[in-house]
Write a protein that binds this ligand. Structure first.
Ligand SMILES: Nc1ncnc2c1ncn2[C@@H]1O[C@H](COP(=O)(O)OP(=O)(O)OP(=O)(O)O)[C@@H](O)[C@H]1O
Length: 643
């Protein structure tokens, strides 16, 4: 190769052998001088004037012709006396040559790193790229933090839009095929409302439960004679109670009419037969058989709910309907005495609808299995609670024992966890899913604020932060709400949610010490006190509670202390978050950050019910998941369903 090089070029022409991309090869001086001698030099290497001038820092220019010789790097620089580069005009020191250990004795970070630190990078490998990735991901994947604890079943936005279009076709109760009596009864169940239109949950559920949707009509009619299963999934405060009660009562009343006609026909046949027999044999006179006997505890519908408070609430709605549509509802819970339970259940006039918690009903069924012999409708409200570990055995026992006569099983909830959806899909493969477009979204008119407990003035004192927040809410002037058309209520009702039952008493006591009318509400609270406390929050006996203006907590009645007037607070756990229709609650304080999005939905769902306004306030401490709170807040702002 060297021989070839000597034949074809002097300096950089060697490049032509190695290809155009190769860098020039400079031969060593000794070698170069020899070559010059051999070929008869075109110029004397020692003559500085004859030597071509270096172009850029001694490197040969690419546009120079090949006929002109290139300078060697070995020629001494005539600018050697000048400093290499800089110092720069902005005061930076002159650049030092690259040296593998050059950075070790530096007392200042290199300017490039300083610039990056100023822009917020915290070191590590490729930090800026990672931050960019995170930002991009949070833009494209809105639930980056929540994905870690994803618990709710997805409903695609395509199917949500399709449901929305269907709902628009149902714009009044009159358009629904409910009997006249039931139509009339709606006014009793929804008093004080000028315009009563079906909510999305009702528009979706009522036609389906009455069996009039196109899908059901086209189905195999033989299937309809067996058990039909429905999953009614709709957001909190969307009127699910009436969505399942109205069609159930309508159907059982129709069945009652059919049964009565059948019974009358049978009776007439029996009377005719006896008449014939009497004519045949005058002596064979028998007392009339006990036809038309009422079997006291044989309801046609059963509604299962998880708590005694919900038994009372659903019982009240059923009772309001029963003024017009004549039927007998029996709400029974462990809070009732055995005498009350017996008199309600074994009423001699009969009972049409039993509302109970699964453990209580299961224990009654054990000694009186006949209770379930005529049940055609079984509704499991708050299904995700009733299918969890604690309630599932008794819930399943009732479903299985009622199965022989059962025609409709309705599972109802505001949140459908993924595990439950899978379980339902396996157990009830033909289940009809009735889902509303806003399922798993927190009501749009609810805002979420965050109080940073670790910052001043609270410095990590959560109880102080809670008391201060309540005082601020209590003292704030009520705003005028144009949509609701009235000033906000005189007495403010605030719900404080904690994660542990023990905390309820502790927090309530602290609030009372701070002059706030607060009570703890948990499973062991005295039933009478519970009912009294809840009444003003749920709107039942609202007027009475509001006019009496008595403080509910003992310490709050101490007149010597500074008291927050016109504000009532309940400190509770998940017990207060399930199904209770706290219509007068405008503020919910999340004392502890909820463990799951399911808890977020139920707790914040106690406010902003049926289109009302509401505000949630999270007390976020140092150890809490601020990223989760932020994502829930962003989703609420966008009106999106949680995951
Ligand atoms: N069509 C309607 N128009 C106006 N208000 C209604 C209508 N239907 C129900 N309501 C009212 O909406 C409120 C909430 O109803 P309900 O308690 O049934 O909600 P829900 O969906 O069961 O809520 P949750 O999931 O929290 O249990 C009640 O006060 C009820 O009177």
């Amino acid at each position: 190769m060297l021989r070839q090089a000597t034949r074809t070029c002097v300096f950089c022409d060697v490049r032509s052998l190695l290809g155009p991309q190769s860098r020039p090869i400079y031969l060593q001086n000794r070698f170069y001088a020899q070559l010059q001698r051999d070929r008869g030099s075109r110029y004397d290497a020692t003559d500085r004037d004859a030597r071509p001038r270096p172009t850029f820092r001694g490197r040969p220019s690419a546009d120079r012709g090949r006929d002109r010789p290139r300078p060697s790097r070995m020629v001494l620089s005539d600018t050697v006396a000048r400093p290499p580069l800089g110092p720069y005009s902005d005061g930076r020191p002159a650049r030092k040559p690259q040296d593998p250990f050059g950075h070790l004795n530096n007392t200042r970070a290199p300017p490039s790193l300083e610039r990056r630190r100023d822009q917020g990078d915290r070191g590590g490998h490729f930090p800026s790229r990672r931050r960019e990735d995170d930002k991009r991901r949070s833009r494209t994947e809105p639930f980056h933090a929540l994905k870690m604890q994803k618990s709710l079943q997805d409903v695609s936005y395509g199917s949500r839009s399709a449901i929305k279009r269907k709902i628009q076709q149902v714009d009044s109760f009159e358009g629904l095929p409910l009997s006249d009596k039931v139509q009339e009864a709606i006014k009793d169940a929804l008093p004080g409302l000028e315009y009563r239109n079906p909510t999305p949950a009702q528009a979706v559920a009522i036609p389906a439960l009455l069996g009039i949707t196109a899908k059901q009509r086209t189905r195999n009619p033989s299937k309809r004679s067996g058990l039909e299963t429905f999953l009614l999934a709709a957001e909190t405060g969307s009127g699910k109670t009436l969505a399942y009660l109205l069609p159930t009562i309508d159907t059982i009343k129709r069945e009652e009419v059919i049964d009565a006609e059948e019974q009358a026909r049978e009776e007439a046949e029996q009377v005719a037969a006896r008449e014939r027999d009497r004519r045949d044999d005058e002596s064979a006179l028998e007392p009339p058989s006990a036809t038309g006997d009422v079997d006291p505890a044989r309801p046609r519908a059963i509604i299962l709910v998880p708590s005694a408070e919900l038994v009372a609430q659903v019982g009240a709605v059923a009772k309001s309907l029963s003024h017009t549509v004549k039927f007998k509802a029996a709400p029974i819970s462990a809070k009732n005495t055995p005498t009350v339970i017996r008199s309600r259940l074994f009423n001699e006039k009969g009972v049409d609808v039993v509302i109970s918690t699964p453990p209580l009903l299961a224990s009654i069924v054990e000694s009186n299995p006949n209770i379930l012999s005529r049940v055609t409708h079984l509704i499991v409200d708050e299904a995700d609670s009733l299918f969890d570990r604690s309630f599932k055995p008794s819930t399943m026992e009732i479903i299985e024992k009622a199965a022989p006569s059962l025609k409709k099983l309705v599972l109802c909830s505001a949140t459908i966890p993924r595990y439950l959806d899978k379980y339902f899909a396996e157990r009830y493969p033909t289940m009809t899913r009735l889902v509303t477009p806003n399922l798993h979204a927190i009501p749009r008119r609810v805002q979420l604020g965050v109080v940073q407990v670790s910052k001043d003035p609270y410095r990590g004192n959560k109880m102080l932060a809670c008391a201060d927040t309540i005082w601020q809410i209590g003292r704030a002037k009520g705003d005028y709400d144009p949509e609701e058309g009235k000033e906000s209520v005189a007495t403010k009702h605030i719900l404080v949610f904690v994660n542990e039952r023990e905390e309820t008493e502790e927090v309530a006591e602290y609030l009372v010490k701070k002059g706030i009318d607060a009570v703890a509400f948990h499973r062991d609270t005295d039933p009478n006190r519970q009912a009294k406390t809840l009444a003003s929050f749920t709107g039942i006996a609202k007027e009475k509670a509001e006019t009496s203006k008595e403080p509910t907590s003992a310490a709050a009645s101490d007149s010597s202390k500074r008291r927050l007037p016109n504000t009532k607070v309940i400190v509770t756990t998940d017990l207060g978050s399930r199904g209770i229709d706290t219509v007068s609650v405008r503020h919910v304080i999340l004392y502890d950050v909820p463990h799951t999005t399911i808890d977020f939905i139920h707790r914040l769902g106690r406010t902003g019910r049926m289109g009302r306004r509401g505000r949630g306030i999270v007390l976020a401490g140092a150890g809490d998941r601020h990223d989760v709170i932020k994502e829930v807040r962003d989703a609420m702002f966008r009106g999106e369903a949680l995951i």
